[in-house]
Design a protein around this ligand. Structure first.
Ligand code: NCD
Length: 302
């Protein structure tokens, strides 16, 4: 895959070279930011952030990334203030936006909406989360975090837990991990929230995937916890049945050099009491969102 001017809708089909290019760029921006050096490499370029669903980290890190690179940002985070509230389609919205911006980051509650947006406009579109489908830039943030924390992604055993059915971040991450060598993915979730079988099947051609019944941290180098996606259930109270909590007691099972990740927001899955444990890496992970998105914007627009 060549990043230049391309859309980023799915991690399926993004190869190792393309991933490593972004990880190298992110490392460079990360180091520059530590020295408070902001590289104005996208001077005068314009990003539109179209957020039809709530977001804190993804939206702010896209905006911050563009501004730190000298670009500008327009957008909305509440579709109620746009013509969408009058019934306008994503297609028609995009036809207008392509005349305004050089690149678009879109988040939408419907699976497939980012692809529709990309098909409707002539400027590159980045999927910032489409329903329960995918969230490719989060997967790049997750890979960057694993590499930073564990030095290499090859050879890791990664336990994914929580809502693997509706959690879009784990779908993108599973695709992305298929590029690495000797990776084992352990999947643990309530039976009703299992990783979609077609994704498991696809991944099995590239990595070892094991669905496990018992929640046991002891074999994992990385534990990747996810939120039960309340907003995706037809009955909004159903999600309560699936709540779980990682606390100090549970953390005792985790290897001393393993890390606990979570794309955040957390809503009770992780006891704040363990935040100070060195293995709790989710706040470091969220901060990686900015350099990784800087690298993605630079590769596509550069
Ligand atoms: C995730 C998302 O929106 O998919 N958050 C994020 O982007 N960091 C995870 C979630 O909402 O549970």
């Amino acid at each position: 895959m060549d990043w230049k001017n391309s859309d980023l809708i799915s991690m399926r089909g993004v190869g190792r070279d393309a991933i490593e290019k972004v990880l190298r760029g992110a490392a460079r921006y990360d180091a520059a930011a530590r020295e408070k050096k902001f590289l104005k490499e996208l001077d005068g370029r314009l990003l539109a952030t179209l957020f039809f669903e709530p977001s804190t980290r993804t939206q702010f890190s896209f905006r911050t990334a563009m501004l730190r690179m000298g670009g500008n940002v327009i957008g909305f985070s509440d579709a109620q203030v746009t013509s969408v509230s009058k019934g306008e389609t994503v297609h028609d919205t995009m036809k207008f936006i392509e005349g305004c911006a050089d690149i678009v980051a879109i988040r939408h509650p419907n699976d497939g909406a980012a692809q529709v947006a990309a098909d409707s406009c002539g400027v590159p579109v980045i999927n910032a989360g489409d329903g329960a489908n995918e969230h490719p830039t989060q997967a790049l943030v997750d890979l960057f975090t694993m590499q930073k924390e564990k030095k290499a992604i090859d050879g890791l055993a990664i336990l994914m837990l929580g809502d693997l059915k509706y959690g879009r971040t784990v779908h993108s991450l599973l695709h992305a991990l298929c590029n690495f060598n000797d990776v084992t993915v352990l999947l643990q979730s309530p039976p009703a929230l299992k990783m979609p079988s077609e994704l498991v099947h696809e991944a099995r051609g590239h990595l070892k995937v094991r669905e496990v019944e018992k929640l046991d941290f002891s074999d994992a180098d990385v534990v990747y916890a996810t939120r039960i996606q309340r907003e995706r259930f037809a009955d909004p109270d159903e999600y309560k049945k699936y709540s779980y909590r990682i606390d100090a007691e549970k953390l005792r099972e985790l290897k001393s050099d393993a890390v606990l990740l979570h794309p955040l927001p957390r809503v009770g899955e992780i006891d704040p009491e363990i935040d100070s444990d060195a293995r709790a890496a989710y706040f470091r992970q969220e901060n990686n969102g900015i350099p990784v998105r800087m690298a993605v914007l630079k590769e596509i627009l550069g």
